[in-house]
Design a protein around this ligand. Structure first.
Ligand code: TXA
Ligand code: MG
Length: 508
């Protein structure tokens, strides 16, 4: 079947498009439409046969009930019975909006729509296109998210097209949705009401209106025996094709761990996917990095999550690592979806971080103009199993200067360059737990220890490598002296690389 796509502007709704779409729904056929949460795959909720088409188009198990969308509060009474009194308050606060409530169903609602259950999930969406469509269709539109079962929910009409083109009659394209995660589902048939799926309406917001609510806590592992109460929540969901793993820890450790994983993969000729945030993107040098949103505004992360998961399906990655987010407020819904997309796979950032002993190597010489920068550049050209920030410092640097010209000439002959080098004074900021400080001469090591007190990780290069070939000081001597110095450094740095690489083997 050909899927018609109609652009629609929610601030200036094209009535003929709505009427056309409403007509299709009345005829028992399918129309995808925007809501503020995600795109829905609409069908007439009161026609059993229409529900069957919905399941077929999505490839969704038919025991997974649909949400019935209404546009007028009065209509709730037609499809639900024994509606508890708190419903009025909740509707007054949150409808239209991203809240779905579950009630006992009336006889009007076919079992095909409720997946055989005696209860019905009802939501009044806020998007004006959705509201007009529901009215044009006769008032009751069942709508699961408009994705193929198992894939991330669609947040744009293009996502719907990817999954359902050719399988449904029409897509109303209202642009990118506002929220990006499905509605909060609240079971009103139990006391106190219970959240079956977290969403933009948080437990705190609900409690402010009706007092305590319970939450059907997500099973912690995929193997959990406990079936979630919203049937749909038991399936692996929202999942990208690649394996998704959540990296948990404090943000700094998460970044370090993901950097390590990305570097290791890239060394093995593979790229990993990385779900990062606007603030953390710059920290990653390897991997396919995607910005899900800013940590300053978790709404942007909610809105970006499914887009990013889908984008990875178009990338050549078989594993994706994601940073994690605080589980509070909207973060609860974000982590819930991320965990489900990951099939509950997670790893501890600190476990990975502790596999790498040093992250920085700083060479220290007198003026940081020849031997230090040469050593640093030589190390950058080694095949290292872990990623290091490599630089050099001087104990006496009055002002920044480019590298010594003879040193540069020698490096050039070895296909390297010190062109970008500017000498820099060593200071106490250079002493960090994760930094290996290697001095060219013993005198610099002693100076550091007297000036800054006892500190770990300060060695002479010779001492650390266990090779005591003296490093000649070529300063003021002809080019050949720089050449001899280069030879010694080259050998020491090769030994250093072996030593650094041996840590990886021991500890990994
Ligand atoms: O934001 C949303 O809720 C979107 C938009 C389109 O409105 N819809 C949506 O529908 O997310 P869907 O089908 O993808 O998810 C509905 C969830 C499923 O997990 C389903 O099992 C649960 O709601 N559900 C529906 N009726 C239920 C019922 N009577 N009892 C328990 N869970 C129910
Ligand atoms: Mg869904």
């Amino acid at each position: 079947m050909e899927t018609k796509i109609r652009k629609i502007d929610k601030n200036n709704i094209d009535e003929t498009a709505i009427q056309e779409a409403g007509e299709i729904l009345r005829e028992g056929r399918l129309v995808a439409f925007p809501t503020e949460t995600v795109y829905g795959l609409g069908a007439d909720a009161l026609q059993e046969a229409a529900a069957r088409k919905t399941y077929a188009a999505k490839g969704r198990p038919s025991d997974n009930p649909l949400i019935v969308h209404i546009a007028d509060y009065e209509d709730l009474k037609k499809i639900a019975v024994n509606i508890p009194p708190e419903t009025d308050m909740l509707a007054a606060h949150f409808w239209p909006g991203p809240l779905t409530m579950i009630f006992e169903k009336s006889d009007l609602v076919p079992y095909g729509t409720t997946g055989g259950l005696d209860t019905v999930a009802v939501r009044m969406p806020e998007d004006p296109v959705a509201l007009e469509l529901i009215r044009a269709a006769g008032g009751f539109v069942s709508a699961p998210s408009a994705n193929t079962s198992g894939r991330p929910s669609p947040t744009t009409a293009e996502h719907v097209e990817e999954d359902l083109s050719g399988k449904i009659d029409m897509i109303l394209d209202g642009g990118t949705v506002e929220i990006g995660l499905e509605s909060t589902i609240l079971d009103m048939t139990v006391t106190p009401p219970m959240i079956l799926r977290p969403g933009a309406i948080t437990a705190e917001m609900l409690e402010d209106v009706i007092g305590p609510v319970d939450a059907d806590e997500m099973p912690l592992s995929a193997e959990s025996e406990q079936a979630p109460k919203a049937p749909g929540m038991k399936y692996r969901h929202y999942a990208p094709k690649a394996k998704l793993i959540i990296v948990e820890g404090d943000l700094r450790e998460e970044i370090l761990a993901i950097r390590q994983l990305a570097f290791a993969a890239s060394r093995g000729g593979k790229q990993i996917g990385i779900i990062a945030t606007s603030e953390t993107v710059p920290f990653y040098n390897y991997g396919v990095v995607k910005d899900v949103g800013t940590r300053e505004n978790e709404k942007s992360i909610a809105r970006g999550l499914y887009r990013v998961l889908r984008e990875f399906d178009g990338e050549d990655v078989d594993t994706i690592y994601s940073e994690s987010f605080a589980v509070q407020g909207l973060g609860k819904a974000i982590m819930n979806r991320l965990e489900k997309a990951a099939g509950h796979m997670r790893i501890s950032a600190s476990e990975i971080v502790k596999l790498q002993k040093y992250r920085k190597v700083t060479f220290v010489s007198g003026t940081d103009s020849a031997r230090g920068p040469m050593a640093a550049e030589l190390l950058r050209h080694q095949d290292l199993k872990q990623e290091y920030v490599i630089n050099s410092r001087g104990m006496v640097v009055l002002f920044p200067e480019p590298a010594n010209q003879k040193a540069e000439a020698i490096m050039k002959s070895g296909q390297m360059t010190l062109e970008d080098h500017n000498s820099q004074q060593f200071d106490k900021e250079d002493i960090q737990e994760d930094t290996l400080i290697l001095t060219i001469d013993e005198s610099e090591r002693e100076k550091i220890l007297t000036e800054y007190g006892p500190c770990e990780n300060v060695y002479t290069l010779n001492e650390f490598v266990g090779d005591h070939t003296a490093i000649p000081d070529p300063y003021g001597k002809p080019l050949t002296a720089y050449g001899e110095c280069y030879e010694v450094l080259d050998k020491l740095i090769a030994g250093l690389a072996d030593k650094l690489n041996s840590f990886t083997e021991e500890e990994a």
